[in-house]
Write a protein that binds this ligand. Sequence first.
Ligand code: FE2
Length: 423
Amino acid sequence: MFDLMIKGVSLTDGREEFDVACKDGKIVEIAKSILGDSKETIHAEGCLLSPPFIDPHFHMDATLSLGTPRLNVSGTLLEGISLWGELKPLQSIDDIISRAVKYCDLAVAKGIGAIRSHVDTCDDELKGVQALLEVREKVKGYLDLQLVAFPQDGVFRDPTALENTKRALDMGVDVVGGIPHFERTMSEGARSVKLLCEIAAERGLMVDMHCDESDDPMSRHVETLAFETKRLGLEGRVAGSHLTSMHSMDNYYVSKLIPLMAESQINVIPNPLINIMLQGRHDTYPKRRGQTRVRELRDAGLTVGFGSDCVMDPWYSLGKADMLDVAFMALHVGQLSSREDMGWCFDAVTKNSAKIIGLEEYGIEKGKPANFVLLQAKDKIEAIRLRAHRLLVVRDGLIISRSDPVKYTLHKPEGDIDFNEIN
Ligand code: FE2
């Protein structure tokens, strides 16, 4: 007797009309027409069963704070950072916990199974760190939350940031972050990359740096990040988030840079919703898109995973924990329009991001944990086109979120017609 059976689904590798059977929290069989009884059977013919969405870049200490204490008028990254500086002393640990848990609930209902969240360490009380460590514990039964120690105001620019970042790591924050383009000079930025990578190497941790989130083509800290990664033997464990200056860099320089990044196996995390909103704000026309060179980085063999970055916070007023919105935007901005490229954009919010954050036992395979999301779409491209409705979310074999299929009834003179977007 199985615990749960999902019948007639398409899988993300292109297989169609398969059944997936689960028992004791694991996937025990994937085949056409599985025989045998199940405590619960879901008939999902024509729908797509995907491993959970993974968000490799988020700011959970700031989420759902929109309008507190005021809105970002200029829409720039820098006003967002100063607005966040105004909010930080006003919020309590309980405020952060309550917003973060609310966001986690929404994220899980939207099929997200893991989030890597940066947490600001530029605060002598480390309120965000205390709050998110507690949230990580609270949600662990249904969501994997990985935390990055992020010195938002600059590890050198803020006088106590270095000490507080180390304290956050001592308290159990998982990954070392940084923001070299926000340090006072280019050389201070490069020095911050070196120091933070050394801290990660000493402690055996991964690195994920906000790197060159700027339209300045001379913001080249990713070069130092790749160099330090190689020097310290951190290959495959380091991510560069944003990397927007690469959009504006000289092509000749990039022809040297990308092979250096490939040699160091730097993981790449663009955040398309946020950067299409924030970048190019100093341009008149043409306005630069500011998305990093996704196609070229992917084609050089680097792992690319798209992050959502912000939802309703000082930097971005919109968002709804929907990784298909993220993929949809990345696809458009990067002109990733071939069938292969569109399918790959789905991978960038699922398996690529799982690999970047080091998630183990990920994927719909026999013997792995029964973690998946059922989408009202027939394949990966349709899932992005529709930002498909999430019918079921399953974690360790248990249905943790469920919703009815979307259906429209059109009242026409000749009679009612029922339809949804996939029939
Ligand atoms: Fe970010």
